[in-house]
Design a protein around this ligand. Structure first.
Ligand SMILES: Cc1cc2nc3c(=O)[nH]c(=O)nc-3n(C[C@H](O)[C@H](O)[C@H](O)COP(=O)(O)OP(=O)(O)OC[C@H]3O[C@@H](n4cnc5c(N)ncnc54)[C@H](O)[C@@H]3O)c2cc1C
Length: 366
């Protein structure tokens, strides 16, 4: 099989590389930029090039381009360390969710600001007592006239403090013995009265994620996305977008390239490790490509996430050993090394991914 890019994709990659050089000069280089780096100005720049919603259908204002183009583009932009988080969740997840499940009105209202790089979103799934077992979530929305009234608490919400909207997963009904039923998705403006955001500082000292408290927050009933009480499948579809993409492989590619420059390649063990990392990168890329081309079996994004994020941790481990004490204490690359444990937690832990592979892909007994 030939994995080389054709001329058109090579040209796109070259264009992205040239853009990235200028954009890093303007917006800075960020560790794990798709998740931890935030710039609305960059979003507008990307939007002007049609690089937000590149693969969304044209009738919704997207570029209608094949998903392989997004992969090529994102690989370059993330590797460069661009602060993409202001548009990344929108492009990867929220836009496709509104296109798939939103009403015509929601599509008309919500998609254009996303495509223009103007609206930024956060994902309100996890709660203090509900992470892997999402169906146990407690945040409630109760119908009151023409409104939903929302009460509850979300945590680890990336960029909630800067987002305009929260894509909220909540409970609108409780069906005894059937926790997957009664779950709904509601879009909530972050400036609605009763929404309170508090920072959660991570171990690198960064504050990209937050706790959100919803205290009798009112939103119109028209903010419900998809089926009332039956949105668990919608959420699982979104998680497929979240787990199988190139962002799970290239988060710390820049760290690796930096470490490789400083590695003692006269040592055969170091050379062996570099070879293992280079092979691992290519294997991960094949898994991502398979998903992107629609050639993977259902649930395969769990395998991709597992392989790719464990690979990223191996990269961080290699970089820590090569770069030595300086990187463990504090330099430009420290945060990226210390951040590595997060890769196999966010978006679903490796344990949970292995359960999905065992049960859904391999059909093993529970
Ligand atoms: C950097 C970062 C950014 C994040 N951003 C967001 C965000 O924007 N929005 C959002 O909603 N969430 C976000 N999260 C939260 C993330 O999705 C959760 O942390 C993750 O789903 C795990 O949930 P938990 O932390 O509650 O751990 P738990 O579910 O409590 O798991 C604890 C441990 O138990 C294990 N475990 C749990 N269930 C099983 C099982 N059935 N079988 C085997 N082992 C199991 C897990 O593997 C883990 O080791 C973010 C997390 C991180 C680290």
């Amino acid at each position: 099989m030939d994995f080389a890019l054709d001329e058109h994709l090579l040209a796109l990659r070259a264009e992205a590389e040239e853009f990235a050089v200028g954009a890093v000069a303007r917006y800075g280089r960020h560790n794990d930029g798709w998740l931890c780096g935030y710039s609305r100005e960059l979003s507008r720049d990307l939007a002007a090039r049609g690089w937000i919603g590149l693969t969304w259908p044209e009738e919704f204002g997207g570029g209608g381009r094949p998903p392989i183009e997004r992969l090529v583009l994102a690989e370059v932009l993330i590797t460069a360390g661009l602060p993409l988080a202001a548009s990344w969740f929108v492009d990867r997840q929220m836009g496709p969710a509104i296109i798939a499940y939103g009403t015509g009105q929601q599509q008309r209202d919500l998609l254009p600001p996303m495509l223009a790089g103007e609206a930024t979103w956060c994902i309100g799934m996890s709660e203090p007592d509900s992470g892997s077992d999402l169906a146990s979530l407690q945040t409630r929305a109760v119908r009151d006239g023409d409104d939903w009234v929302i009460t509850g608490r979300k945590i680890w919400t990336s960029f909630a403090h800067k987002a305009d909207w929260c894509y909220l997963i909540c409970r609108t009904d409780a069906v005894p013995g059937k926790p997957h039923l009664g779950i709904s998705e509601i879009v909530v403006p972050m400036d609605a009265p009763g929404v309170e955001v508090s920072p959660v500082i991570d171990l690198t000292g960064d504050r990209h994620f937050n706790e959100i408290v919803f205290d009798d927050v009112r939103v119109p009933v028209g903010n419900l996305v998809g089926e009332e009480g039956n949105a668990f499948a919608q959420t699982m579809r979104q998680l497929e977008h979240e787990r199988g993409g190139i962002d799970r492989l290239v988060s710390n590619r820049a760290l690796y390239l930096h470490a490789r420059e400083h590695a003692d390649v006269s040592d055969p063990l170091v050379r062996q490790e570099i070879a293992a990392i280079e092979s691992g990168y290519r294997i991960g890329r094949i898994l991502v490509t398979r998903g992107v081309l629609g050639q993977a079996p259902p649930g395969f994004s769990a395998a991709t996430k597992c392989v790719c994020t464990e690979f990223e941790q191996r990269v961080a481990d290699f970089a820590a050993r090569v770069l030595g004490p300086a990187v463990m204490v504090h330099d430009e690359w420290s945060a990226e090394v210390h951040y590595a444990p997060a890769y196999t937690i966010m978006g679903g832990t490796s344990d949970v991914m292995r359960n999905i592979i065992a049960e859904r892909t391999l059909g093993l007994p529970r």
